[in-house]
Design a protein around this ligand. Structure first.
Ligand SMILES: [Zn+2]
Ligand SMILES: [Zn+2]
Length: 252
């Protein structure tokens, strides 16, 4: 089966010139969106995918740049659409997410609401997996901020998605032979950020792993397509950067 991956955004938390990091995977007759920043509304419109068509969302963690469109999607699906989107999310993040959403979603003109009035919640345990359209998505905990629950996603034989994370070199090297592409966050700053991955970190990966690795979640200097093209030329046959609304066809 083929899978079409489209980046709805590749920006970091502070991006104003590009959309926040989010990825749409389309396969068979279904799809999955990873994270739902508010910038997805514009990206989906530009891409030509109706927001009422979004039925499956996986939430990696609760930093604002990954969830600040969840309220909008919930309301939009209820008011304009005809069904609740499924929300795949680590079980320990369900209540904290509702704590964030509830001031704006609990009270309605038709009475009080809970999260399950807006979303079909699929809580996942640590390392839990779920199946969609014949593809198994395996979650794994990432090291992002100590104490914070954060998850990455892997769909063999298609992709590995780091989410926000420091580099787990052992895991990436281990999974690399089983996937076609590795989407990895990379802040692209010339400094150490303890909760994220630097270009220097990724350069340490073996060449055969780097060839599969696509960078995402970077700062606005690389919102410029010419800057990304220059990077991709310099790192030809090696690391490469994804751009917002860029698509990757994988699978067969
Ligand atoms: Zn982020
Ligand atoms: Zn984060």
């Amino acid at each position: 089966m083929k899978m079409k991956i489209t980046f709805l955004g590749t920006g970091d938390m502070f991006s104003v010139e590009q959309h926040h990091n989010s990825m749409l995977a389309e396969f068979g007759d279904t799809h999955l969106v990873i994270d739902f920043p508010e910038s997805n509304a514009k990206a989906l419109k530009e891409y030509g995918f109706a927001m009422t068509g979004i039925h499956n969302v996986f939430i990696t963690h609760l930093h604002e740049d990954h969830i600040n469109g969840v309220q909008m999607l919930g309301y939009y699906s209820q008011i304009v659409g005809d069904r609740k989107p499924r929300l795949f999310i680590h079980e320990e993040l369900v209540d904290p997410l509702w704590n964030i959403l509830s001031p704006g979603m609990r009270y309605t003109t038709d009475g009080e609401r809970t999260m399950s009035d807006y979303y079909d919640i699929i809580p996942l345990p640590d390392g839990g997996s779920f199946e969609l359209g014949g593809v198994t998505f395996e979650t794994f905990r990432t090291q992002h901020v100590p104490g914070m629950v954060s998850n990455g996603l892997m769909a063999k034989p298609y992709f590995y998605y780091s989410a926000d994370s420091t580099l787990n070199r052992e895991r990436v090297e281990q999974v690399a032979p089983d996937v076609q592409l590795i989407f990895h966050e990379c802040h692209m700053h010339d400094l150490v950020i303890k909760s994220h991955t630097s270009l220097k970190d990724l350069e340490q990966l073996p060449a055969e792993v780097r060839r599969k690795t696509v960078l995402m979640h970077y700062h606005d200097e690389y919102a410029d397509a010419a800057k990304r093209a220059a990077f991709n030329r310099t790192y030809a046959e090696d690391l490469r950067m994804a751009g917002t609304l860029e698509s990757f066809e994988i699978g067969e």
